[in-house]
Structure formats: C-alpha cells, structure tokens
Design a protein around this ligand. Sequence first.
Ligand code: PBG
Length: 332
Amino acid sequence: MTFPTVRHRRLRGSAALRSLVKETRLAVQDLIYPIFVTHGTGVKEEIPSMPGVYHFSLDLLRQEIDEVVQLGIPGILLFGVPETKDACGSSAYDENGIVQQATRLIKSWYPGLLIIADTCLCQFTDTGHCGVVKHHPVTGHAEIDNDESLELLARTAVSQAKAGADIIAPSNMMDGYVHAIREALDENGLQHTPIMAYSVKYASSFYGPFRDAAHSTPQFGDRKTYQMDPANIREALREAESDVVEGADFLMVKPALAYLDVLRTLRENFDLPLVAYNVSAEYSMTKAAALNGWINEQAIVMETLTGMKRAGADIILTYHAKDAARWLKEQG
Ligand code: PBG
C-alpha cells in the first residue's frame, strides 16, 4: 500500500490552522455602501426589488448614516433621485441638487466618512440615457452625443466635489470622460479629488433593480452603444488602459459576480486600486432566495464577497455592506 506523500488536509485540521493559512481576508475597511437620496420630507421608502434598501429624504437620513459609521464602514456611494428631469440632466449639476445637498449635510455630521458621488446623467435626463441625446444631422437617428455629454458630466463632477464629495465616480461610459472630468476638477482647484473610474462597465441585465430604484430606465433603445458587450474581455483592457492614461485613480469592474475573470485580468495588468461593484440584481437574487429560506444568506454573502477579493478586488461596493459589517463584527 502506498500512502500520499502530500497531505493537503494537514493544514485544514483545526480552525486555528485554517485561519493561519487563509489567503484572502474580507474586512469592513474594504466595503462601500450605496445610498439613494431623494427630495421631499418623511420619505423612507423600501425599493420593492431590493428588500432592505431604501430611498431616503434628507430629514430621515441621519439614522442610516449613524448606522453606517457605527458599523465601521469607511464610505458611502451616493445616488440621487431628483424631482425633475430634462433633456440635459440639469439637476445633476445644480449646486442645490439632491446629491450636492446630501453631501453637504452628511459632511457636516461626519467629516471623516468618505463620500463617493456617482457621476452620471441617467437619473437626471428625461430620456434616461447617461448622456444627452442628439439627432444625427444626416440620418436623423437619435444618438448619445459623446462630446457634449462630457461637458455636462464635468460640470456635475465639479459641483459634487465643491459640495464636499471625497471621490468622483463617473459611471457614464462616454469616451474621454476621465480626461474631461480631471481637467475640469483641476481648473477649479480640485486637483486632489480622486476619480474612481467605472472603467469596465458592461451593458448588463444585472442593473434592472437599480433602474427601478433610481427611475433611470432608458426611454428608448438601450445602453449598448456606450456600455460594453458582456462577451468581451480584451476590450476591458483597452477601456482600463485609456482611463489610466487619462488619470484615473481607481479602476472598477461592474457587475462583479459574472465578471470575476475580468477582475483578475485587470488585477494582473494594472496597479491601481481595483473596485468590484456587486450590483443590484446580484443583491436581489441573493435576498430573494434568502427570504424564501432556500439559502444561508450570511454564508452565501460572505463567500461571494470573499470570491470578489480573491479574484483581485481591493474594494467592494455592495448593498450587503451593512449586513457584512455586522457579521464580520460578530465573527470577531
Ligand atoms: C448609472 C448607474 C447604474 C448603476 C450604477 N450607476 C445603472 C446603469 O448604468 O444602468 C447600476 C448599479 C446597480 O445595478 O446596482 N449609470
């Protein structure tokens, strides 16, 4: 009888040994929690397809922010749900827009909590597109005008940073957006505001619940002329490369779960901090199964988030952040 000379099970024999050889550790410091803010008063409205996630008006926001801070979550990603929409998304760059107001308020409560502003026009345009829509002079087709959108996105970023946002996170997928935003921030004395570029953002069905939540479903067509084809990964390298050249400070892959190979590839090719966005439908699917009693929610969420870190993410944007922070605390 021959015996195995290599015994992998030796290092799995006890909890203490397993902990000693653990390669990937999830920490609360890695997590960012997305929050939806809206106008009006007395609003704390649960998003039907995202149980446990709410729209907050500013008067009811304090408790949520207190909770995030007490849990030790280092930052939040702010999404605005505005009162009015128009062709150029002007409520996105209004200095009294909902994101700008929320930013000033939260900063007055907790100057040390990182505020990341999502910089996009789709919640603010009446077309629901991430840029302005123009009709082509020759064909008459409706198109998203890249360069005109850049100006508005740059104005949005500047107004968010002026309101106190610590990081600008442009999610619009226009070409040249990092350059346009960097230049505008610098011209306004905001050279030190970092850009977290949604570099590799796929045209994904996993954003469905978010679009219900943010009222940002495109009114015609889809986002495939600016967001990436889920089948492509070499293109992801080209997208990330141009963001690096244009001055991005973080790179992001979005969604995360079906794109772990993309996270790994970016990790191997770039040295900037890498962010995974665990998007809305990834959250909704897990929640739905958990609410049905079909899965162990805690175990599944922790395994999922650990998988994203193992794939190469340094930072995870996730609607599970508060739960995960609580579980990490309990685990000690
Ligand atoms: C705005 C934006 C979207 C998400 C983040 N920023 C929606 C989209 O591109 O359609 C999706 C986030 C999520 O699904 O959790 N452009």
